[in-house]
Design a protein around this ligand. Structure first.
Ligand SMILES: [Mg+2]
Length: 261
């Protein structure tokens, strides 16, 4: 396999628990120096692209906003392609700014599409009920992600998935998934580098949404043993990842070995 570029997950790969993964920035600088294109694909739905870049800068990680692909960025582009403009958005933080930057309008009762991200404390009965009413009325329904949980500083916490499932259960409709492992999402990041799936490796800590999702599209899957990685997950996988890396810092050595083999 001739790997020419990389898609890299952020949480659990570049940083974890609010701190950079040791050697991550050095690896990113090395990739740039060697001329490898790379983009970041994150399922984060609590922060805008600009906000993510600012938070990374606080951890001394230099990552430009335009290289970060999130479900919100992909959803905004999909909403525009469908010629819709008024979004009922269940989210938190500054996520709305990714949609507003794309020229879309946030709306409560006059929405032509429902978008559900990880809204945290904004998952109130009132907001969920409004989403339920709109979806029940036939308004299309996008899920930014369907993850069951995520590792917050205080412990494993509910992600958007359980709330999306509640809306699906109540309406009998199925949300369209926007984030990883949606092929449309991976493809958007690949297109921005101008390389094909078979020329790319996805580096992630989630064996399913990162690694199997990417491998199903023909990418190589490099699973890192940082972030949410657990040995039991590896043994339960239907097929092994292309490579297993102790952390992102091991990437240069792996690429050099491949060149020599
Ligand atoms: Mg991750």
């Amino acid at each position: 396999m001739d790997i020419q570029g990389f898609l890299i997950d952020l949480d659990g790969v570049v940083y974890t628990g609010g701190k950079p993964v040791p050697g991550a920035q050095e690896t990113l600088s090395w990739l740039s120096m060697e001329g490898y294109p790379f983009r970041f694909v994150s399922n984060t739905t609590r922060v805008s692209r600009q906000g993510i870049s600012r938070r990374l800068a606080e951890m001394n990680l230099d990552i430009k906003p335009e290289t970060i692909f999130t479900p919100a960025i992909a959803a905004a582009s999909q909403v525009r392609r469908r010629n819709l403009s008024r979004i009922f958005l269940l989210s938190t933080g500054d996520l709305h700014s990714d949609f507003e930057a794309a020229g879309l309008v946030i709306s409560w009762d006059d929405a032509d599409i429902v978008v559900v991200g990880d809204a945290g404390d904004n998952f109130t009965y009132r907001a969920m009920n409004q989403a339920f009413r709109l979806i029940n009325r036939g308004v299309p329904f996008l899920a930014l992600e369907k993850d069951r949980s995520w590792m917050d500083t205080g412990g494993l916490s509910l992600s958007a998935g359980p709330f999306v499932a509640a809306l699906e259960y109540a309406t009998g409709r199925t949300a369209e998934l926007v984030g990883k492992p949606s092929p449309v999402f991976f493809q958007m990041a690949l297109d921005s580098m101008g390389i094909a799936a078979r020329q790319c490796a996805m580096i992630g800590d989630d064996a399913y949404s990162d690694i199997l999702g990417a491998m199903d599209m023909g990418m190589a899957g490099f699973l890192v043993q940082t972030g949410k990685f657990r040995q039991e997950i590896l043994t339960a996988l239907p097929k092994p990842p292309t490579a297993l890396l102790p952390s992102l810092a091991a990437l240069p050595a792996i690429l050099k070995n491949r060149d020599h083999s």
